[in-house]
Write a protein that binds this ligand. Structure first.
Ligand SMILES: [Zn+2]
Length: 320
């Protein structure tokens, strides 16, 4: 039997065909083309799925799960809203794809699916975790919570916006409307902007050389690489970022008492310069009985966590 998964990202669409063990037979990637409009994006999704199905006997296909970068209604498979893309408001994606592909289709939030991917095939694979919390830090902070093998979705499916929990009550206003949000301090753009600010104010750093004096070329990845090489400005910046992350992680530990917190996304790849100050903060601030039991670990499936999650979800909902 085979399962289909689609990772619907704002930049790329990735589709995969997998067996029940999570072994991918084919992966197909294409541009999402959001600017070309909803119809084009839908065509691209269907085309990507057809591409991975290829000549496989359709009676062997059990179902498809798709992860979307948006809050969704899990029972109807309807997209609630994709920020900045109005034409997707209340779009019944599961129903549309069911009709086009004649397959069972399930829609979920992408961070939830990445959490399920790590729970089933990654960090949590083979372990009997009751509660896993997944954070992905890149352009924003996405989170997913798995409790007793299920998504923790709250009343309307919106639970787990942990990137928008306050870590500084005197902080700046976040795009979400809240003040001093975790995402506002730890996402890639925040790290980049702080580095630019420091250099504009005369800080000494190898970054100045790397960007040939054009500060707009600085990225969070470069800040991470500078820190790895011992650049003091980058290290101090990430020390502060790590503290904010530590505060966010401490809130998660106190709220959910998880077995494990998995941290993925591009910013997490900075590694020790970010993880060490985060862990120090947690050790100093989390209530002892909680922190001694929780492991905080890097994601193990990288960019594929979401795709693995779609396969795990399709399998869970359609049976073997
Ligand atoms: Zn926010």
């Amino acid at each position: 039997m085979f399962y289909l998964g689609v990772d619907f990202g704002i930049t790329n669409i990735r589709a995969a065909l997998s067996d029940q063990e999570g072994v991918f037979y084919t992966i197909y990637t294409c541009d999402t083309e959001v600017k070309a409009g909803r119809e084009q994006v839908l065509w691209n999704i269907v085309n990507a799925v057809e591409a991975v199905i290829g000549n496989v006997d359709r009676t062997l296909l059990k179902g498809l799960a798709i992860g979307v970068p948006a809050p969704i209604n899990p029972s109807s498979g309807t997209i609630f809203t994709i920020p900045g893309l109005k034409e997707w408001d209340n779009f019944p994606l599961a129903e549309y794809l069911r009709q086009k592909l004649s397959l069972p289709v399930f829609v979920e939030n992408d961070a939830n699916l990445a959490a399920l991917g790590e729970y089933t095939f990654g960090v949590g694979g083979g372990k009997d975790y009751r509660c896993l919390v997944y954070l992905t830090i890149s352009t924003g902070v996405g989170t997913g919570i798995i409790y007793k093998g299920q998504f923790f979705e709250g009343s309307n499916g919106f639970a787990g916006e942990l990137g928008h929990t306050t870590v500084d009550v005197n902080g700046e206003r976040c795009v979400c409307g809240n003040t001093g949000c975790l995402a506002h301090y730890v996402c890639g753009g925040a790290i980049r902007n702080q580095a630019i600010n420091l250099l504009q104010n005369g800080a000494d750093s190898v970054l100045r050389e790397w960007c040939n004096g054009d500060l707009t070329k600085i990225t969070s990845k470069m800040v991470g690489e500078a820190a790895q090489q011992g650049d003091q400005t980058a290290l101090e910046l990430l020390q502060r970022t790590g503290k904010y992350l530590g505060a966010g992680v401490t809130n998660i530990i106190h709220a959910f008492n998880p077995d494990v917190i998995v941290i993925g996304g591009g910013v997490a790849q900075i590694g020790a310069p970010l993880f060490e100050p985060m862990q120090v903060w947690v050790n100093q601030n989390a209530i002892t009985i909680f922190q001694k039991q929780v492991a905080i670990v890097p994601a193990s499936l990288g960019d594929n966590a979401g795709l693995y999650g779609t396969i795990a979800y399709a399998k869970a909902l359609t049976g073997k």
